[in-house]
Design a protein. Structure first.
Length: 123
């Protein structure tokens, strides 16, 4: 019961982090005139800040899943690696979407996802 409650709180914290951060921080920040133009544009800057902000929520939600599973009993290494692989794969989608692939972290997240998946499933 305690792990399930903790998982719920972690999930809700992630939800609040993304929603409140987007509404009260990121939108206001992006209206500023003096944002740095990384890689030639402020679009890359805003995309990078946005995906990194929401990436934290994704990681918290992955933690919530692990807590729910832990509440059911001991966690198996294979399952944990599969969950981390899924989190890494979803993490790769964020820079692909928010920066149209210009932030190359999607390559690293994709490699991590593949390596974890291969290890979890016996290569």
């Amino acid at each position: 019961m305690l792990l399930t409650l903790a998982a719920l709180l972690v999930f809700l914290t992630g939800l609040a982090h993304s929603w409140l951060g987007e509404r009260y921080l990121l939108r206001r920040l992006f209206k500023r005139e003096n944002l740095p133009a990384l890689l030639g544009s402020t679009a890359f800057t805003t995309g990078t800040l946005r995906f990194v902000w929401h990436l934290l929520t994704l990681v918290w939600w992955g933690l919530a899943v692990l807590l729910i599973l832990a509440a059911r009993g001991p966690l198996e290494t294979r399952l944990m690696l599969q969950i981390f692989s899924g989190i890494a794969a979803l993490s790769a989608l964020f820079p692909l979407y928010f920066t149209r692939g210009r932030h190359l972290s999607w390559l690293v997240f994709s490699a991590i996802a593949l390596l974890l998946w291969l290890e979890a499933n016996g290569r």
